[in-house]
Write a new protein. Structure first.
Length: 127
C-alpha cells in the first residue's frame, strides 16, 4: 500500500489551512513520538520497537514509511548479514525539534499539574 492511499491530497487543502497540512504530516498517535526518539540519535528498527511501548511492528513500519515518504525521516539500509536498517531525521525532520520539545515540555507540565489536581481532589473527597 502506498502512503498516498492513506492520506488526503494536500493540494486540495485551502491555503489558509496550513495547520491541517502539519496535522496531515504529523497526526496520529505515534509520529511525533518517533520524531522525538530520532531527535536524540539515529536508531535501528528494533531499538525504536523497544523504545515505543505499545506500538506494533506493523504500525511502526507504516509510520516510518509515511515519515520517509513525507521527507521527514531517512532510511539507510546496509548490505550486511544480518541486514541492518537505520532511521534518522532529515533536515526537514530536524526542523521540528523546537515544536517537538515544546510539546514534550507541555506534556510534562500537564501530567504534573493534573496529577497535583487529582491528589488535591482525592484528599478533599476523603475529608
Amino acid at each position: 500500500m502506498e502512503v498516498t492511499d492513506v492520506r488526503s491530497d494536500l493540494d486540495q487543502l485551502p491555503e489558509h489551512c496550513t495547520v491541517e497540512v502539519a496535522m496531515e504530516m504529523l497526526g496520529g498517535r505515534w509520529k511525533l513520538a518517533i520524531v522525538r526518539k530520532l531527535l536524540d540519535r539515529t536508531h535501528r528498527f528494533g531499538e525504536l520497537m523497544r523504545a515505543m511501548h505499545g506500538i506494533t511492528q506493523r504500525m511502526l513500519t507504516r509510520q516510518l514509511r509515511e515519515l520517509e515518504a513525507d521527507g521527514l525521516v531517512a532510511r539507510t539500509a546496509y548490505r550486511e548479514v544480518p541486514p541492518r536498517v537505520e532511521y534518522s531525521l532529515t533536515a526537514t525532520g530536524r526542523s521540528l525539534e523546537k515544536i517537538v520539545l515544546l510539546l514534550d515540555e507541555w506534556g510534562e507540565w500537564y501530567l504534573t499539574s493534573h496529577r497535583s489536581q487529582e491528589e488535591t481532589t482525592n484528599l478533599a473527597g476523603r475529608a
